[in-house]
Design a protein around this ligand. Structure first.
Ligand SMILES: [Zn+2]
Length: 331
């Protein structure tokens, strides 16, 4: 047989240090009413212990749910005088170790639970899961909570990846640092200028190779912040630059290429790119069929919303129709 008092202590071990007055269920919520022990508390400014009460007030702490029911701790705490005449604080509010923090509205276990939801989902999805877990928290609060989490510690990698990212395209950019050997993101910097990168490299010296975006600011930042590191261009940007150069070359010579492939050697120039062979893959055949169907419908005066299964043998989506309209090869 388990006594009720022991059961409450097992279910709510974090309230053992309190004077628990009663536990009751009201309006779908388990409520614990408690006060603090009449013992001396150290002033947070000078550490002088005081037991002289200035006033008392109620705090409401949200706790982790029990039995699929939300739990609230209604806690009465004391405001105490600091009796050290040399201390700047006249009064201070007592905090209970392992249960309360200044301005905190949740117990540590409820805070850990909401942080886990925040890290996993954040935003709207996190708020929906939190509601299912009986955690009363908005998406905005979850976002604030994730920003308040301390950054994980990281060791200086041997090969450091540096690239930019946009928080608001064409207006504001940041820099992401990555451990190229593990693929682990390490840090985010506000801005993508040379001084920002150089400052961080000086703070965390030891990188041997910097694999970076080809931007000149990163070259300057790496040169001044880590002069002994070897700078290399990363593979993504090399491929991207190669692709851009090839595309530009083809655009410059598109007329010559069209003439060159208008020969009966198995190559065609039919609007889908120079050099396409007559043998088509099933996907390519389906795309061509849809393209032709969409243009036939558009030529007949049909809008995108007016299409019907009778008029179109293949499924034509609005995005496909828009693609057909925007296609540089379209008629
Ligand atoms: Zn004090």
């Amino acid at each position: 047989m388990v006594r009720c008092h022991d059961l409450v202590g097992d279910l709510f071990p974090h309230v053992r240090a309190l004077l628990l007055e009663r536990v009751f269920f009201e309006y779908g919520v388990v409520r614990l009413v408690a006060g603090t022990q009449p013992i001396g508390v150290a002033c947070p400014a000078c550490a002088a212990v005081s037991n002289r009460v200035h006033s008392m007030y109620a705090r409401r702490l949200e706790d982790t749910p029990v039995g699929d029911r939300p739990v609230v701790i209604e806690l009465t705490v004391r405001r105490l005088y600091c009796e050290n005449s040399a201390c700047m604080r006249r009064t201070f509010a007592e905090q209970i170790d392992g249960l309360t923090i200044r301005y905190g509205r949740r117990t540590p276990s409820a805070r850990r639970l909401s942080e886990a939801v925040t890290v996993a989902l954040a935003g709207h999805a996190g708020a929906r899961l939190a509601a299912a877990l009986h955690i009363g928290v908005s998406r905005t609060t979850l976002l604030w909570a994730i920003m308040a989490l301390p950054d994980p510690a990281w060791a200086v990698p041997k090969v450091l990846g540096v690239d930019d990212f946009a928080t608001r395209r064409r207006h504001h950019y940041g820099t992401v640092l990555i451990d190229c050997e593990t693929g682990q993101p390490l840090d985010l910097l506000n801005g993508r200028d040379a001084a920002t990168l150089a400052g961080r490299l000086r703070e965390r010296p030891g990188t041997e190779i910097i694999c970076r975006d080809r931007a000149g600011s990163y070259a300057d930042g790496a040169r001044t912040g880590a002069p002994n590191a070897v700078q290399v261009a990363d593979r993504f940007h090399l491929w991207q630059n190669l692709g851009t150069a090839v595309e530009a070359g083809i655009r410059l010579r598109i007329r010559c290429l069209k003439k060159a492939v208008a020969s009966p050697d198995g190559l065609t120039n039919d609007g889908y790119g120079v050099g396409a062979t007559k043998a088509m893959s099933p996907i390519e055949a389906r795309i061509r069929e849809r393209h032709a169907t969409i243009h036939a419908l558009l030529a007949q005066g049909h809008g995108i919303r007016e299409r019907s299964p009778e008029n179109c043998t293949s499924a034509v989506t609005p995005s496909a129709a828009m693609h057909a309209r925007r296609s540089p090869n379209s008629c």
